[in-house]
Design a protein around this ligand. Sequence first.
Ligand SMILES: [Zn+2]
Length: 306
Amino acid sequence: MPIGEVSGSDDLSGGLRSLSIPGVLTRACPIGPASPVVVDSPHSGSLYPNDLVCSVPRMSLRRAEDMYVEELFANAPKFGAIFIQAHFPRSYIDPNRALDDLDPALLSSDWPDPVKIGEKAQLGHGLIWRFCPPDLLMYRDPLPSSQVHRRINKYWRPYHDCLRTSIEYIHQRFGEVWHLNCHSMPSSRRPGVLHRGGCAQADFVLGDRDGTSCGQEFRVIVADTLQSLGYSVAINDPYKGVELVRAYSNPAAARHSLQIEINRSLYMNERTLQKISYFEALKADLDKLIAAIADFATTRLVAAAE
Ligand SMILES: [Zn+2]
């Protein structure tokens, strides 16, 4: 599939451009002055590749998407941020997992690369899923290693390359980068239990891997802004952040990554997958959040320059 650059506003002089890789990802550049902010939505993709042959009904796969998250954050470029979204589904290959977080038992042949089965792969939700939530077996037969390599090279690597180069570019240009990694979560902590009185989630969960993926001030500005808008916010519980906030962050070197999980019941019916009427109000509030992050980040740059 060709890699094509799409037209559009590109305020980032010096090389980084808006990008579209059909079926894989889109990167939108800032409209107007750039701020040192990168926003990404890795799990909202819904273009299912033809070679995904699995035993799970499509509706169950769709329930596993972070549905509509790319739409909720789509205005990020209006506030000077780069915005990246995946188009492929996480149930095909998960960009929020390390390459070695792979269960070799899924494969029909030897895997030549190192594996380090982490907590997610043990649960069946590693790089390639064994189970679709809550516990549906994804594949009746083991997958050929060649197919997994293909998924890595065609989807996982381009996504990571795009995010990494965007973060590096912003860091090089501004000396700091603030990366917001956007997700959504089921309204119940009990897998597969929706609206049945399962342990309720907060409206938002922020994850900085227990304070290791960003400076505390980033988490504070996001939490304070959301709370001032009337939302409840939990920190690192039950979601701490995974590979995409780990891989390119280094707070000591002014590279900050923070995961944000939105409670799906705020904006959609989790059974029918339809948006609910609050969707637009939530999107307007998330515009305020991105504006607050951009203002925070830009103010720091101005203060540092004085
Ligand atoms: Zn997610």
